[in-house]
Design a protein around this ligand. Structure first.
Ligand SMILES: O=C(CO)[C@@H](O)[C@H](O)COP(=O)(O)O
Ligand SMILES: [Fe+2]
Length: 234
């Protein structure tokens, strides 16, 4: 593992909110400076979109390799791409702390998760809003992160889908019951208001794009998110 942030905990007593700003809302022409605005964060969330799995195109492996070289904080890569079985291992080889692929796109998710772990990354599985979590609850031992999308993937700046809260609660109950160390991440529409309900539903890792990069004081925005979630995770 390359991540220096604390490992996720399944104990409510020790679980704490981790804030992962998404550079999807950053200025892509000034990425190094934009990374310097989020040094308070636990990880930087990097959204990879291929214009096939989602109707948007962002950046790819060469840019992530370069970000990895200059980033002061670990990389949390979110792959919104077809054929993750083929492409995801490259991001682990680049040194990403975690690599998350979509359940809907993976041909052999368990094999892929094992490969990512063998390359030194945490392995994450992401679920679109309409994808049930139940099939994954028997596979928690095979993954390190479960991402419950709280918007349809593809774009920043959308509203948080609070209809995802029951799914988060079911995932939290299963994670706690499994004994597996699996982080429960939410991504999409996270603000200092919506983070409260997400944390109370059991999420402990929070991706925030526009609510961090849209703020003049990004450090204060990160702190406000962490404070809003504090004591509510689990
Ligand atoms: O994966 C995605 C969008 O598909 C996200 O990571 C967005 O970047 C979140 O942006 P906000 O909803 O926080 O603005
Ligand atoms: Fe994302």
């Amino acid at each position: 593992m390359t991540e220096s942030a604390p490992a996720p905990s399944t104990s409510p007593a020790t679980r704490h909110a981790r804030i992962h700003p998404s550079i999807l809302s950053a200025d892509f022409v000034n990425l190094e400076a934009e990374l310097g605005r989020i040094t308070e964060a636990d990880s930087v969330h990097v959204d990879i979109m291929d214009n096939h799995f989602v109707p948007n195109l962002t950046l790819g492996l060469p840019v992530v390799q370069r970000i990895q070289q200059v980033s002061p904080i670990p990389l949390d890569v979110h792959l919104m791409i077809d054929e993750p079985d083929r492409w995801a291992p490259g991001y682990a080889e680049a040194g990403a702390a975690s690599v998350t692929f979509h359940a809907e796109a993976a041909a052999a998710p368990v094999r892929l998760a094992r490969e990512l772990r063998s390359l030194g990354s945490r392995a994450g599985v992401a679920l679109r809003p309409a994808t049930p979590v139940e099939p994954w609850l028997d596979l928690l031992a095979e993954i390190d992160l479960l991402l419950v999308m709280t918007v349809e993937p593809g774009f920043g700046g959308q509203a948080f889908l609070d209809v995802m809260l029951p799914k988060l609660r079911r995932a939290r109950t299963a994670i706690d019951g499994s004994g597996a160390e699996v982080a429960l991440q939410v991504d999409g529409g996270v603000t200092k208001e919506t983070i409260v309900a997400a944390a109370e539903a059991g999420a402990d890792v929070f991706v925030a794009g526009s609510s961090v990069y849209g703020a003049d004081d990004t450090a204060a925005a990160i702190t406000a998110l962490r404070e809003a979630a504090r004591g509510r995770c689990g």
